[in-house]
Design a protein around this ligand. Structure first.
Ligand code: SF4
Length: 926
């Protein structure tokens, strides 16, 4: 944290630093009496979305209870601000239905019968199974499947210390498409818009209200707007962001790439592009060679070819394809051109996550950034790799030498992340088994498409032999586990996080605030669960304890990674893990701590966050050092800098510089990788016809495109079910339908609709609104939580009770038997529940639709919409599992499998989650 940080982001009022150990406030509940309460203020990091905002917990010095949570003004990303979900962490801590002790299944899987067990028994059971898998070289049978990571790199180290290839994530139902589109340009898989200094912002998402990096982005977008910047939202819905925008463009879903290419056409046609940037930083030679093989590599020829390539993408053609007027497209393009290098933009889920070929949306959007030279500039759009800081851990294990084809199957060599949502389909197909399966803050039965198949496989002990759900809260998935292991909330665990929220690098420390507060008062603890509610543990310590038991004598080579760097031969503590990191891996932190008279660990315990670097612009322009240049050769004609035959940099702006992390070390308009891996038709930014294209819809049959990808700003996918304040605000997810469509069908707001997908249907209420295009319906996926039992399954604040029936062989219906209603608990508010609805679980009815290139699940659905049938009841959901396997096979048939060049499973320059050793990349060697 720089010195001036304390003065640049003040809140109107916040307790002064010197009173954080003993802060007095009057008890609000005792008003009008003045009853003093004394608090310790302990910082931590919110765990309710990916933004990693700072929180301060007010820990009552008398009772040890957390009384409230507020923003941390010293956090560089969130700057003291939070959304509703941050303070609602308090609900989660005090939820009367939360799981407080480790539980073990006592009935059949899915019977809802569990009993309390001990952490000792849990550790012995799992350590024995994992030890056997390691000894027997079954290194692809241990799997850790994460929903919300909440940490950077910790689990990579754990899994690699075991030698397994077992990291699975949720990314291919989230952001894998956009990541591929960005990575093909620069090697960095996420954008980092510098909104605060932007002159023009173009958002293909709902960032201002609910999307990625919500609070850190929203405040910067609004600051920019107040300083005169303009905002354009491209969204099929009138989102909160669109309602605040200067321009709202609502193209037909899946035509966004065409819209963006038309803007590129205008920029080039009107010479608003940054010629110098294109010459210095793009692989224009590669583009020219691909378009005109053998042509002389002249930059002027490239400019001509660029114009020729984009000639077809006229605004008029886009108007016909997208349903957005050519005049508006031209106006927005000119705004982008006028903003130049101060053009900030972002796509994350939205169109990229919804459509077949959605990854090209990111590719086309970045084309605009590149054309105006806004890469890594003030007010521009940086690479995530410049704005995120992940410290190296102590004693990093060797990469695993195996490749798990349940994670990265041959059909998807370019999939940006693991093919996680196809795991049950692969297991059904007999492609492997999972011996030990950890789901961690992950609820695929409810969140993923085709949840019914997850439900089926999770109950099959021959396919998933031992399953532990590591979770702070009950969920539709946890109810099918063998062990339900309570893991800490934002105030009950250690983690270190960093995100690319703006043009800076920062770290944020999550800590168990009650343990920290009690340690400040002189108590000592061996494990965090001794200070947490019940025996709620934290994962960091769980993995240390488990790894220690896997290899008690060190003979497997695992134990050494868990020995203390300060007490040789003894087991590391979580405090020592972070102490070492803060002392050795965070540039500037030891010096900043010293200025405050603190150790680095004390500094992070006190302030909770640290700004590692400011103004992280133009990282690609870093000059190569004399050491890096020693022995290097410069190719005169191209400006390539090579060392030992390897391209290590480029000459740009007159100097040898690092460039980008691509094969050419330049921004790649043309991707030779796409050609080499059998997708030559997608080598350039282009539009791919979506599976829900408007011209392929048959309105006479009642066909619509269903848009299910938007968030409600107050909810989290799974974990908000234990936050009463949030459910009191948001508890329905009706189907948005345009008045023209509703009128034609004779439907009014609140009427029941039956929405039918390829594999089933759901019944939900209509919301008739002009906030969505005709021919399109929309429904938020954040609601519709359910439980089969009274006290297990999902929290009662949020879930309706349902019954499951097999209505035909392989065809299941879930029907609501009890609304959300008041219940008895130690929290009197549970008797005051007034909402009854809770929404509809539509994801159950979605077949898997894996994009054949990016591997991303294409969320948008082709549906028919009609008034509900006479026997339909609100929230009915019916699914045909036989049909779902059929759809899975249809999409798999579109893939173009590995091997690629050199017998590789995947391009070596692509990143991969928990990257294995090079030999594992070869199909004959992994
Ligand atoms: S945006 Fe809200 S939920 Fe997300 S980290 Fe920040 S406060 Fe928490």
């Amino acid at each position: 944290m720089s010195d001036d940080f304390f003065t640049t982001t003040p809140l109107e009022s916040f307790p002064p630093v010197d009173q954080w150990d003993d802060w007095m406030e009057y008890d609000a509940a005792s008003w009008p009496r003045k009853v003093e309460r004394r608090f310790q203020l302990v910082p931590t990091t919110c765990f309710n979305c990916e933004s990693g905002c700072g929180l301060f917990a007010y820990v009552d010095k008398d009772s040890g209870e957390i009384r409230k949570l507020e923003g941390n003004p010293h956090h560089p990303g969130s700057r003291g601000k939070n959304c509703a979900k941050g303070p609602a962490t308090l609900n989660q801590v005090n939820d009367p239905g939360r799981i407080l002790y480790p539980l073990k299944r006592v009935g059949p899987r899915g019977s809802g019968k569990f009993e309390r067990t001990t952490w000792d028994e849990v550790l012995d059971t799992f350590a024995g199974r994992i030890r056997a898998a390691i000894q027997e070289k079954r290194l692809t049978e241990v799997m850790y499947h994460v929903g919300r990571p909440g940490q950077d790199g910790y689990m990579d180290r754990v899994l690699q210390s075991w030698g397994v290839d077992g990291h699975n994530s949720h990314t291919n139902v989230c952001s894998a498409a956009a990541r591929l589109g960005y990575a093909l340009w620069s090697g960095a898989d996420r954008p980092s818009p510098d909104h605060e200094k932007a002159k023009f912002m173009l958002l293909l998402s709902s960032h201002l209200e609910t999307g990625h990096y919500f609070v850190p982005h929203a405040q910067r977008i609004m600051n920019a707007k107040m300083a005169g910047a303009k905002l354009c939202a491209v969204d099929i819905r009138l989102s909160n962001t669109a309602s605040m925008a200067d321009y709202w463009l609502a193209p037909h879903p899946g035509t966004e790439s065409t819209l963006l290419l038309a803007m590129a056409h205008v920029l080039v046609r009107e010479k608003m592009h940054d010629t110098a940037f294109l010459r210095e930083w793009t692989d224009w030679r590669g583009f020219l060679e691909a378009r005109q093989p053998g042509a002389a590599p002249e930059f002027s020829a490239f400019l001509d070819e660029l114009q020729a390539w984009l000639a077809h993408a006229t605004p008029e053609a886009a108007e016909s394809e997208c349903g957005v007027s050519a005049a508006i497209i031209e106006t927005v393009a000119r705004e982008i051109g006028a903003a130049g290098s101060a053009f900030a933009t972002h796509v994350w889920r939205n169109a990229a996550a919804g459509n077949l070929g959605g990854w090209q949306v990111a590719r086309c959007l970045e084309l605009l950034v590149v054309l105006v030279g806004a890469v890594g500039t003030p007010g521009g759009t940086n690479l995530n790799t410049q704005d995120k800081f992940v410290p190296p851990p102590f004693l990093k294990p060797e990469p695993q030498k195996v490749w798990n084809e349940l994670l990265y199957p041959r059909e998807y060599p370019l999939a940006h992340h693991e093919m996680s949502f196809l795991l049950p389909h692969f297991l059904e197909d007999g492609r492997g088994v999972v011996d030990v399966y950890f789901t961690r803050v992950y609820n695929p039965v409810w969140t993923n498409p085709d949840g019914m198949l997850w439900e089926k496989v999770l109950q099959d002990e021959s396919k998933i032999r031992l399953h532990a759900a590591l979770t702070p809260v009950w969920s539709e998935t946890a109810q099918y586990a063998d062990y339900v292991l309570p893991m800490g909330l934002a105030t009950e665990r250690h983690d270190l996080m960093s995100y690319e929220t703006h043009a800076a690098q920062w770290i944020s420390f999550r800590q168990p605030v009650q343990r920290v507060a009690r340690e400040r008062m002189g108590e000592t603890f061996e494990w965090t669960y001794e200070a947490n509610p019940g025996e709620v543990w934290e994962e960091d310590e769980f993995w240390i304890a488990l790894s220690w038991r896997i290899d008690p004598d060190g003979s497997l080579g695992v134990r050494k990674y868990y020995e203390s760097p300060y007490r040789p031969g003894e087991r590391i503590t979580v405090e020592e893990y972070y102490r070492w990191t803060f002392e050795n891996s965070i540039p500037g932190l030891p010096e900043a701590a010293q200025k405050q008279g603190l150790t680095p660990l004390e500094y992070m315990r006190k302030f909770g966050a640290f700004e590692v670097k400011k103004d992280t612009y133009r990282g690609h322009a870093r000059e190569l050092s004399p050491e890096e240049m020693a022995g290097a050769e410069v190719e005169e004609a191209t400006g390539d800098v090579r060392k030992g035959g390897k391209l290590v940099g480029i000459i740009a702006e007159g100097k040898a510089r690092t460039g980008f992390n691509t094969p050419s070390r330049r921004l790649e308009i043309h991707s030779q990788t796409m050609v080499d891996w059998n997708w030559p038709e997608h080598a350039l930014p282009a539009s791919i016809e979506t599976h829900i294209h408007h011209r392929s819809m048959d309105p006479a049959r009642g066909e619509f495109a269903l848009i299910p990808t938007f968030r409600l700003p107050t909810l989290i996918h799974t974990r908000s079910a234990n936050a009463k304040w949030l459910y009191e605000i948001s508890n329905t997810n009706p189907v948005w339908i345009h008045p023209d469509d509703a009128g034609r069908m004779g439907v009014a707001t609140s009427d029941l609709l039956r929405v039918t997908t390829r594999i089933g249907y759901f019944v939900n209420r209509a919301w008739v609104t002009e906030g969505v295009r005709p021919g399109v319906v929309a429904c938020s996926h954040h609601l519709g939580r359910w439980r089969l039992f009274d006290n297990t399954g999902t929290d009662r604040w949020a879930s309706a009770k349902v019954c499951k029936e097999e209505v035909a062989p392989g065809r299941f219906r879930f029907r609501r038997v009890e609304d959300i209603r008041p219940f008895e608990s130690k929290d009197p508010d549970s008797q005051r529940i007034w909402w009854t609805d809770g929404g509809v679980h539509m994801n159950f009815t979605f077949p898997v639709q894996p994009d054949p290139v990016s591997g991303m699940h294409c969320w948008h659905q082709r549906v028919t919409v009609e008034p509900a049938h006479p026997d339909d009841r609100y929230a009915d959901v019916e699914v045909d599992t036989g049909e779902s396997m059929k759809v899975y096979r249809e999409w798999m048939a579109q893939t173009r499998p590995a091997p690629g060049p050199g017998g590789l499973r995947r391009p070596e320059w692509f990143t991969r989650a928990v990257r294995p050793a090079p030999e594992a990349y070869r199909i004959d060697g992994g």
